[in-house]
Design a protein around this ligand. Structure first.
Ligand code: NAD
Length: 291
């Protein structure tokens, strides 16, 4: 049986690492697959405006592109990877979307509120919030997790979701949605990512609780829980050996590509999922999740 492009790229990835976080997509080799030419838009998000945090690269970039193919206009937020952000904006515009980038630190409450103000000023509306920015600091020894690391991980990964959702909600109306990026580590645990996986567990509970809280307004809140995906986060946070082997232990025996995540985010933002809220979609290469 011949290999498809996702199997082929898995084999082509050599061990590599980056010495800074956030990682930079343009420094990865090979580049992740963030736009699948077989994915054709069908106007599922026509006229909507989406704000995607961590939208410059990785999963966020692929979501931005799929949303643009579906007719949405795109705001991306990111920390400081300006070159990656420019590439995403260019790709999104090529599909006819209006697009704007916002460099800001979403771990800070005032920045999150300002971000939503800026998005409304630019686009006049907001319909889909994708809370996707995240950080991780692999730490083998639990005793080495410093208070500073713990704060930074929680502030970036989960506090930002509270801040941004609070800022966005007054602008959302019936049919709009919030989608949070969780992780397989929330469900199966991760011995060297105890603080990170705890934020992802919190995101699961946050998603369920906020979904119940805003259901009367017709706003849906869901999450996507990725498994091992080839994004800048991986070479930026794992050593070369670990990033080289990423995904080999999944039932599909390979890592995933950002483009393989994007359709789940489209589903959750569109009218295809009108009866789905408070849920997680597991895109993880086959790990069986029971709760
Ligand atoms: P990525 O490096 O492309 O994305 C991480 C993004 O977070 C970057 O765009 C960065 O700008 C942003 N970010 C980090 N700190 C920030 C801050 N303080 N303020 C603003 N933005 C900030 O990597 P990715 O893998 O696409 O990550 C996206 C999400 O997917 C993260 O939440 C991550 O935890 C989650 N995830 C990734 C994997 C994987 O294997 N890659 C697996 C499970 C979950």
């Amino acid at each position: 049986m011949s290999k498809d492009k996702y199997e082929k790229i898995h084999d082509q990835i050599d061990p590599q690492e980056q010495d800074h976080q956030p990682g930079v997509e343009s420094e990865m080799s090979p580049q992740p697959i963030y736009d699948d030419e077989n994915y054709k838009g069908a106007g599922k998000l026509e006229g909507k405006v989406a704000l995607i945090t961590g939208g410059d690269s990785g999963i966020g970039r692929a979501v931005a592109i799929a949303y643009a193919k579906e007719g949405a206009h795109i705001a991306i937020a990111y920390l400081d990877e300006h070159e990656d952000a420019d590439k995403t904006i260019e790709a999104v515009k090529a599909y006819g979307a209006e697009a704007q980038k916002f460099a800001t630190d979403v771990s800070q409450v005032e920045n999150c509120h300002q971000l939503v103000v800026d998005v409304i000023a630019e686009f006049g509306q907001l319909n889909v919030l994708v809370n996707n920015a995240g950080k991780q600091f692999p730490t083998e020894d639990f005793l080495d997790i410093s208070p500073e690391q713990l704060h930074e991980t929680f502030e970036t990964n989960i506090y930002s979701m509270f801040y941004l959702s609070q800022a966005a909600l007054p602008h959302l109306s019936k049919g709009d949605s919030i989608i949070n990026t969780s992780s397989v580590t929330a469900y199966r645990g991760s011995p060297a990512l105890i603080d990170y996986s705890s934020t992802k567990g919190a995101i699961t509970s946050f998603t369920r609780s906020l979904a119940a809280n805003v259901s009367e307004q017709g706003i849906r809140v869901n999450s996507v829980a990725p498994g091992p995906i080839w994004t800048p986060l991986i070479p930026a946070t794992f050593d070369a050996e670990k990033s080289g082997k990423q995904g080999e232990d999944t039932p599909l025996e390979r890592r995933g590509q950002p483009a393989e995540l994007a359709p789940a985010y489209v589903y959750l933002a569109s009218t295809d999922s009108t009866y789905v809220t408070g849920q997680a979609i597991h895109v993880n290469g086959g790990d069986f999740i029971t709760s």
